[in-house]
Design a protein around this ligand. Sequence first.
Ligand code: FA5
Ligand code: MG
Length: 438
Amino acid sequence: RFQSTSTSPPPRQPYVVNGQTYPLDEWSNTPPSILSKVNRNIHLLPSHPISILRQIVQDHFSSHTALTPSTPIVSVHQNFDELGFPPDHPGRSLTDSYYLNREYMLRTHTSAHEVESYRRGLDKWLLSADVYRRDEIDSSHYPVFHQMEGTSVWPIDQLHTLPELNAQLAAQLEKCPLLIEDETTISPSNPYQKHHDPVHAEQITRHLKHSLNSLIFRLFGQQATKDGEPLRVRWIEAYFPFTTPSYEVEVWWEGEWLELLGCGVVMQKTLDQAGVPDKAGWAFGLGLERLSMVLFSIPDIRLFWTQDPRFHTQFSAGKITTFKPYSRYPPCHKDMSFWLPPGTMSPDPDAGVAGVAGGKGRAFHENDYCEIVREVAGDLVETVTLIDEFSHPKTSRQSKCYRLNYRHMDRSLSNEEVNELQQKVQDRVVEEMGIEMR
Ligand code: FA5
Ligand code: MG
């Protein structure tokens, strides 16, 4: 494993979550603001949009068992190792994930529960849960969101039933105004698995595609086809360490392709880990927030967390309705310009592990900056945007300027309050990130 180089200081008290104590070590990087979200369970509130979609997906896969894990804390083994993530995978980085310590973390995806569910002998199940990722701050990113995992596996000696199931699903899809754009191929970069009979692998892939196309039609069909145009769904090749072939599915919505989910044929080694080597099938992972934002016309991802009744009274179980924005309180922005510590390179945020490799100065990572902003200002900060970057021609020192936009969901903020927050952010980033204000 790579070295711990988080810039946030670790908390001083061991974590206690749901009565369980997690000793601290150099991997501990989960702030209290994130832990406070652990038992909110907004995906289970009956008339919350996230929950309404969860129920529609459940109704669609009515023969699947619905699972809700009791805690988002999983072992690093469950979240990554068991699923075949390589040791240097960027998702493992402290800049991208929340760790309680070197052994336990907040799950970054619902796939963390695949092996344990197969091990229970379940073949057809759905699982919805909160997942946690360190990320940027804007109207479509939030450090906690929800995924729904779904899977169907069959004992290998039952796979001969698939052609008939597939024919039925295909006949149903024929009747839907659906335009499926699928140019994916089985290729060396996205192959069937070696020990799968290619006829079986082909039937599983077909079943996966039919099942998800019909789910997407169920979710989008009515709204998308109002003007007589068919719903456009696009399949593209993807890569996940625990599936092959792997795909991402997008839907054409208001003039743009929107990524909905990742999926694929479950890697045999995942099923082997779970003690069910004689099964084969598919799995998908769907992002519920993105889906809710488009289907209910919800403009800001933080609204899912508001306690404001003007939000909650608009929705009712089983119905996809259009959100009517209520007047929002005014925003207030403040800029912050600073020099990075001398000798620091600002890594490419997507470079992941390579970018946090330490070196002389600590690498500046935008996710670390955003994390401090979030710890100080919580949901009061709406966006953090890099508005200027500058490299001193002589000293080659780098400077950055971020614009922090503050807004309260439920009342007006005073200028003094915002100044106080801005000052706190400033003090903490100076102390913890070694940067110097301009
Ligand atoms: C995964 O998380 C895989 N576990 C999905 C999977 C499951 C693949 C089973 C194969 C088999 P990914 O990181 O792409 O993949 O996320 C899946 C979906 O979650 C995305 O398509 C998107 O809808 C949603 N999602 C991902 N990141 C975010 C985010 N920061 N905010 C909101 N939604 C997100
Ligand atoms: Mg993706």
